[in-house]
Ligand binder design. Structure first.
Ligand code: FES
Ligand code: FE2
Length: 364
């Protein structure tokens, strides 16, 4: 297995939490890139992300108490400002320059909190890939957006999303529809400096079961198109449509066409585990909450099918027995993504070390 140095990119924005996960004064303990972080919302409404270990004896600040925009460690009472600097030590007048914890830039966009784990000086919120439908009232998503935890390296999830032929076999009865989906299409792949895009038509094919559930009167055959875009560090956006057979994609007649928008965010928790955030939005029957509820349940069912096979892959790849993957033509997108990713990490290591060299722990 690769070292952490070769695995993580630090200077980029990662999806950290849906806003609703912080509701009710939650102090969210979540690990990113093998660093424990506490996230909370202060009284001012601002979000704060700090190292989750008190600088005194490493008690979790997520077990602490939010006071205004500050947080107090509930072991011996050190109080930290939202910048991570200690402002009060009970029973002690002096506060040293090292009495502080690391602060991580955190920004909310489209109901999603984004965290920057690298050099805070380089964090530019304008670089966040905002997914427009999340903030557009013409699209309806889930009542509460979804989160899944994966016992697998996040690149295995990227691989999964890079080749939709798996829909035919992993998701036959949920997201796929028929095994034909793996055989009849010839996806157009475009390689980009920060990922890839794919357009995959499946013409005159059965509608996907999840679509049929909310559209029981859909015709037996449809033309289906998935247009996907994957960005580093693991941001996936997809436009899906189901149209009458023979539909002219270059025209402007959307009669009988049903559309969806999907975002999926993969954030490394550790080298072998991943945070996975997602939403699936539709733009019809917007006043009917049953549509998004059904889509959420169907998509979850499908994503659990992915999770089972990807976590099983992870287990086998962790074995000592060496494994050399054999390539297939459909690997073009995932192979490109991994090349881009490794290049970005090599470049970043020239200027930013990522992890401190001296990893030590004198308390244990
Ligand atoms: S561990 Fe936090 S104040 Fe002692
Ligand atoms: Fe899948």
């Amino acid at each position: 297995m690769r070292s952490v140095d070769e695995m993580f990119l630090w200077n980029c924005w990662y999806a950290a939490a849906w806003e609703h996960e912080l509701e009710g004064g939650v102090k969210l303990a979540r690990t990113f890139l093998e660093k424990p972080v506490v996230i909370y919302q202060g009284d001012s409404g601002d979000y704060v992300a700090l190292d989750d270990r008190c600088c005194h004896r490493a008690a979790p600040l997520s077990m602490g108490r939010v006071e205004g925009d500050c947080i107090r460690c509930m072991y011996h009472g050190m109080k930290y400002g939202p910048d991570g600097v200690c402002i009060e030590i009970p029973g002690q007048d002096t506060i040293g320059p090292n009495h502080r914890v690391r602060r991580y830039p955190i920004v909310s966009k489209g109901n999603l909190l984004w965290i920057w784990m690298g050099d805070p000086e380089l964090a530019d919120p304008d670089e966040i890939h905002d997914f427009a439908p999340l903030s557009d009232s013409n699209w309806r998503g889930f009542e509460k957006e979804s989160y899944l935890h994966y016992d697998a390296n996040w690149l295995l999830i990227v691989d999964n999303l890079a080749d939709f032929s798996h829909l035919a076999f992993v998701h036959t009865n949920t997201l796929g529809g028929s095994e034909d989906y793996a055989f009849v299409t010839h996806p157009e792949v475009d390689k980009h400096d920060d990922g890839f895009s794919i357009v995959r038509w499946s013409r005159n094919d059965a509608p996907a079961p999840y679509h049929l559930k909310v559209n029981p009167d859909a015709p037996a055959k449809v033309d289906r198109r998935n247009t996907v875009r994957m960005h580093t560090p693991g941001l996936f956006f997809m436009e899906t449509l189901f149209a009458p057979v023979g539909w002219n994609a270059d025209g402007d007649d959307f009669e009988g066409v049903k559309q969806y928008r999907n975002c999926q965010y993969m954030t490394p928790e550790t080298r072998t585990t991943t945070h996975f955030f997602w939403n699936y939005l539709h733009n019809y029957r917007l006043d009917d909450p049953a549509v998004s509820a059904s889509l959420q349940a169907s998509l979850l069912e499908g994503f659990m099918e992915d999770k089972v096979i990807i976590e099983a892959q992870q287990k086998l790849l962790e074995m000592e027995d060496p494994f050399a993957p054999r390539g297939l033509a459909g690997d073009v997108s995932l192979a490109h993504f991994r090349r881009v990713w490794e290049g970005m990490i090599r470049t970043e290591r020239e200027t930013y070390p990522g992890v401190e060299r001296k990893v030590g722990n004198p308390l244990l």
